[in-house]
Design a protein around this ligand. Sequence first.
Ligand code: 4LM
Length: 394
Amino acid sequence: MAVSSGDGWNTRLTKVTTADNEYESLSPPLVQTSTFTFPTAEMGGARFAGDEPGYVYTRLANPTVALFEQAVADLEGAEAGLAFGSGMGAISGTLLHLLRAGDHVLCSEGVYGSTYGFLQWMQEHAQISHTFSPLQSEEQMRAAITPKTKVIYVESPINPTLDLVDIGLAARVAHACGLKLVVDNTFLTPYLQNPIALGADIVVHSATKYLGGHGDVIAGVAVGSMHAMQAMRLSTLKDIGAVLSPFDAWLLLRGMRTLALRMDRHVQVAREVAAWLANQPAVSDVRFPEWGDERQQAIYQRQMRGPGALISFEVKGGIEAGRRLMNGLKLIRIAVSLGDVQSLIQHPASMTHCLVPPAQREQMGITDGLIRLSVGIEDSADLIADLAQSLAAV
Ligand code: 4LM
């Protein structure tokens, strides 16, 4: 599928990020409050009991946060959403909701470094084990499922190798075995991939990235069935407490209005930069999600409407050469994170994935020389000129 602005995507984005309200304000009201007042003691009790609608306390729910939650749920085609104070809040809140001591998670061979860290934490503190698998065929998936497996957890494209997992296949296998499928859709956003439509039960995002889009918010969100989101709200959100602030929800709603515009632009610039990098004799192993082998390309065609804007590559000469490239850049900034309007470059083995042990990194395909570039919305000619001047010095 080609990248397209989709049927009414820009219109949808403006609609889901605004709300009719008593002030008739165009921009949604920012309800920056920690608590809500009750007209009577009885009414307060009834709200706590769930017998009366109405807000109680922002750790449970807040109108500005609720608008953000519903916006992401609508765009992902899910019944409901739940906002968290970070992507890791959404991931840990979702997994702790789905799993009990003694359970097992089957995970794609490669996830963001802190997701790896949280899987390790669950193993050490909660007796919830995990295994990694490339999940590249039904046989491979079934072979890795044990009687204790309750969840298949997938990142696609995987951070930072950009390998793809067939989400529809993972959903069919998960459901045939009575498991839940959780997909991290951070790298593509609902504009380029809809895991719920492909069969995922819960989709998580680091909203810090493209949803916010401007590098000024740390946030997360999960979407899924009304039942699952309500259960998570009352357990892993309320009682663990990684909540999103109303102001950050408001910033996210503002950022999301331009999600389609930004994603189209990110993809266009990334395609040009990736094509240029692939032609440089000093660069090797350029990975871009629409360029995989035949099997990966088939997955791409089935489930994605564009490659996103992450590129991973090596500089010949290994990590020392890679560091020289990074240090010589003038426009592209050295930073972790991704999905911002500014291009960011980082070295996964010493940064985002430094806590993954070297042998595990190797297993995941994260070589020591791998560099990850998050392409922003700048002019591709300027980005290419910056890379060229730095590469020439390497
Ligand atoms: C990074 N990533 O890669 P919060 N899921 C995915 C991610 O890439 C991340 C998170 C969740 C990077 C951050 C430094 C696929 C984060 C976690 O940072 O907790 O919002 O998201 O550079």
